[in-house]
Design a protein around this ligand. Structure first.
Ligand SMILES: [Zn+2]
Length: 262
């Protein structure tokens, strides 16, 4: 009962927290953050928690905000929004795709897989760290072209019907894999989350700039069922921002960043 009163109390104070949380930010960042946060599709409770986190550490937020803006300026596609509402053009192909084959600390499930260079470099660093702790990262799927995604999605529709296909795979143009920064690890099944590699990634991927795109019980927010194997490289400062200020939810962070003035 006491905890219920506490929860209700916290929820009702959200509105009051809203301005308080952002008011300690430097004025230029505050204006951008306020406007961007209002365009994120998010419930009042989660919005309140984000504002509260910012209010608890405004200088930490401002520092990361500037770092992430810098990443976006140098590499706009790294934090580009792609989801069920925002699609990439069919002809979008990253310019810096590199092949994953070779003497690297990860294992590839097939030859010829491609990733963008910054994601591949981070993957190498992450796999090296995993290896030191006795974990082998198996890379199962990486860059997918628009046409390849079309084949995947249409096959899923034939096999499981449109509604289920939409839960487990993206329509062409709407897949993070087309960005060249998403990696599917291991078995690509729910069991992966409980493997040694799956647990290691869950605890450590963020340090290397990778973020779990579709967490458990977040289908209403992300549009996809839980995918313990699907990570997107978003850079270390963005990953830190997601963890410290956006409740660990990549969708909230990406929507927020996409709504910032260009
Ligand atoms: Zn995936």
């Amino acid at each position: 009962m006491l905890s219920l009163i506490f929860v209700l109390g916290a929820a009702s104070s959200c509105a009051a927290q809203k301005n308080k949380g952002l008011s300690a930010l430097p004025p230029d960042i505050r204006a951008q953050a306020e406007s961007a946060l209002s365009s994120v599709h998010i419930g009042d409770a989660d919005r309140g928690r984000i504002v509260e986190a910012i209010g608890n550490d405004p200088s930490g937020f401002a520092l990361l905000f500037r770092e992430v803006r810098d990443v976006m300026k140098k590499d706009p596609d790294l934090l580009r929004r792609v989801d069920k509402s925002v699609a990439l053009p069919a002809n979008f192909v990253p310019a810096d795709l590199v092949v994953l084959d070779g003497a690297f600390p990860y294992v590839v499930s097939k030859k010829g897989m491609l990733l963008r260079a910054p994601a591949r470099d981070a993957l190498v660093r992450m796999a090296e760290a995993a290896k030191k702790e006795g974990r082998t990262l198996v890379v199962s799927s990486t860059y997918r072209s628009y046409d390849y995604q079309k084949t995947v999605f249409e096959r899923n529709v034939r096999e499981m019907g449109k509604a289920e296909a939409e839960r487990v795979s993206a329509q062409p143009g709407m897949s993070q894999h087309q960005l060249g920064t998403a990696v599917d690890f291991g078995s690509i099944t729910d069991e992966f989350g409980d493997t040694a590699a799956g647990r290691w990634l869950s605890a450590n991927a963020g340090k290397f700039g990778f973020s779990l795109s579709f967490p458990k019980d977040m289908e209403a927010v992300t549009g996809y069922r839980w995918e313990s194997w699907h990570y997107r490289y978003i850079s270390p400062p963005a990953s830190e921002m997601q963890v410290r200020f956006f409740l660990g939810i990549q969708q909230y962070l990406i929507e927020f960043l996409a709504a910032l003035p260009h």
